[in-house]
Each structure stands twice: as C-alpha cells, then as structure tokens.
Design a protein around this ligand. Structure first.
Ligand code: DAH
Length: 355
C-alpha cells in the first residue's frame, strides 16, 4: 500500500500545482481527500492487513494525509493572496490624479450672431429692446400699414394662436406668433421717448420649412426715429454694419422694392465675396451669387401711416427701419455657405462645434 500512497502523493502535488482558482482547489480536495476520495479508497484496504502492518501503514498514511493537507492549505493561502493582489490592481485609483474636465461649451451659432449684431449697432447708439413674440395682429400688420384684407399679409405665412379651434382675439385683433420683428416698430414708438434708435432681436415664426427656411428663426429689426432723418443715414448705418460684420471689402447696395410699412422701400444687398460684385469669377459666371450681390434684408423710410400709428406727427418726425434674418445673415458670412439652414436647429454637436 505504501507505493500506492506515494503515487497518490505525487499525483496530488502535480495536480495542485496546476490549480488556478478556488473552484479548482475544491475539486481537487474532493477528488483526493473527500469522503469518497482517492485517499479513502486506498485506506479501505487497511482492514485486510495484519495488526502489525495496520500500525505501520496507518502511521505512514497519516503522515501522507497531514502532508497533503498542509500543502493544500498553503496553496489556498497563496491563491487568496494572488486574488487580492489582482483585485487591488484592477480597482486601484490614483486619488491624486487630476479630474476629467468637461469640455468647455460655447454659445449657439445664432446667439453668437445676435451678440455680434448688438455689439456693432451699439457703436451707433442703437439699444437692444424686446417686444412680444406672441402679439396682436394690430402690431404685426395693421399698425404697419396693412389693414385687414391687405394682400401683402399673405407674404408672411403666419401662425395664429387658438384656444381649442377658436383663434384668440382681442381689441387689437387676432393673436399671432410674430412672423417678423417689425411689430416692434409701433410698440417702441408708443413708449413715447424721442429720438429713438432701437434694435429688436427676437424669435419669429412662419409656416415654412425647406433648405432656406426654418419655421422658427430670428430677426433683427432696426428703427431710428428723429427729426430730419435721411436715406443717406440708412445707407451709412447699413454700410457700417456690413463692413464690421462681413469685412471691410464688402460693398452695400440699396435696391428699390416695396414694403407696405416703408416709403421708399429697398432690399438690402451686399457684394459677393467670391466675385466682389462683378458677377464673374475666373472667366465664368459666379456661382455663389446672383450677378455679384447677395440679398440680406429689407429697409426703407418709415411710412407716415406707421409714424402716425406710433402716436407721432409725420410732419415733425421721420425715420428709417431695416430688418433681416439672423440665421441667414450668419450663414452668409464668408466661408460659411450653408446649403441647408435647418441644420442650425438639429442640435448636432458636430455641426455646432465648428462655430
Ligand atoms: N419685416 C420684413 C420681413 O420680415 C423685413 C423688413 C423690411 C423690415 C423692411 C423692415 C423694413 O424694417 O423696413 O421680411
């Protein structure tokens, strides 16, 4: 039996060497030292031996067993130590390492444009004011020389505010989401201070959505009212803005047009920065503009009816007004020819990050 026990020992030690974890350890214990294990199997043979042999082999078996148990315990301790070490390695944190700083954000594309506008016009004494975004028909249309039924109203594809299916109505007509910031003209004059130089920048809403229109956008409305205001001052103001916002090499052009609330009225154009107003680029027709110019917005000398609606005497006071879309203006800045304005409000960080 001794050789069998020796063999068992060698087998046990070799197997123990290959054990990698607690589970392996337990399997090995059951296999060799468990109640139905290999050691037990061998010792079953004891009963057939003589008393002398029993004593001798029994003592030998006990030493082997004790030896196996002792190496087993040592291995168990080793494994526990290794495990703790690995865990410490995995879960180790350097409490002195600097934190992960959140990426600094910045203002939205449109907000940046608005801040630039305010900065530029401030230098000419224009003050930023606010007017309602939800306003009465009177301020959006009627006071601007567009009485009920006036065909020009259709040009502003207006949203109306309804309570259920009934459009809200008050003394000043229906309630609308302002389709332009020109509602600020009469609202500002009603405040009753003169002279007046304001810029009203706000959200505007129209029922249209395509590559060059978003249903919610921003407009800037400028208004100057004083005595003896001239068209030259309007042009100078526009030129001042364009040179600062777009660059000193840009030219401005006032092109005759029609708006009900100004007389005379103009479209405001700026020279193309690819062909510099010539309409030709490298021997071909410039593909960036229409004949050398980009249309930015509208302007004119405030119509006497509008001055009157503002509570002033048009014989005494006059002025000019201008207006344009913030997003459009920003996207016309050099190198920023946006093909689809809608991307501005898709909240796609990859786009917004670039500005
Ligand atoms: N309100 C006009 C629009 O939404 C823009 C505009 C044109 C504003 C002429 C003005 C102006 O102040 O004089 O298209």
């Amino acid at each position: 039996m001794k050789p069998k026990l020796e063999e068992l020992k060698v087998g046990f030690l070799a197997a123990l060497d290959n054990v990698k974890d607690d589970q392996g350890l337990e399997e090995l214990r059951v296999e060799y030292l468990g109640r139905k294990g290999k050691l037990g199997d061998i010792l079953k043979g004891l009963k057939d031996l003589s008393v002398e042999e029993k004593k001798d082999i029994g003592a030998f078996a006990n030493t082997v067993k004790a030896e196996l148990e002792s190496v087993f315990k040592r291995k168990q301790a080793e494994l526990a130590h290794e495990l703790a070490g690995a865990k410490a390695q995995d879960e180790w944190i350097d409490v002195t390492a600097p934190g992960i700083a959140p990426e600094p954000g910045h203002l939205h594309f449109s907000t940046q444009a608005i801040e630039e506008f305010v900065d530029i016009f401030k230098q000419l004494g224009f003050v930023r004011v606010r007017h309602p975004e939800v306003d009465w028909d009177y301020y959006a249309f009627e006071a601007l020389n567009m009485p009920k039924g006036h065909p020009a109203r259709d040009e502003w594809e207006t949203f109306f505010i309804a309570d259920g299916d009934k459009v809200m109505e008050g003394e000043k007509g229906k309630m609308v989401l302002t389709p332009h910031t020109s509602n600020g003209q009469v609202r500002e004059m009603e405040k009753g201070y003169m002279p007046l130089r304001m810029m009203s920048i706000n959200k505007t809403y129209r029922r249209q959505a395509d590559v060059t229109h978003v249903p919610m956008f921003h407009q800037l409305e400028g208004l100057m009212i004083d005595k003896n205001v001239t068209l030259a001052q309007l042009k100078g103001t526009f030129d001042f803005f364009v040179k600062r916002f777009f660059g000193p090499d840009r030219e401005v052009r006032l092109r005759p047009h029609h708006f009900p609330f100004t007389e005379p009225s103009f479209e405001l154009d700026i020279s193309c920065n690819t062909c510099h107003g010539s309409g030709e680029f490298e021997g071909n027709r410039c593909r960036m503009c229409k004949e050398g110019w980009h249309e930015l917005g509208g302007a004119g000398m405030v119509h006497p009816n509008v001055i009157r609606a503002g509570g002033l005497d048009p014989e005494e006071y006059n002025g000019f007004a201008f207006g344009w879309g913030v997003e459009r203006c920003m996207s016309m800045k050099s190198g920023m020819n946006l093909r689809d304005l809608r991307i501005i409000y898709k909240n796609d960080i990859r786009f917004l990050k670039q500005f």
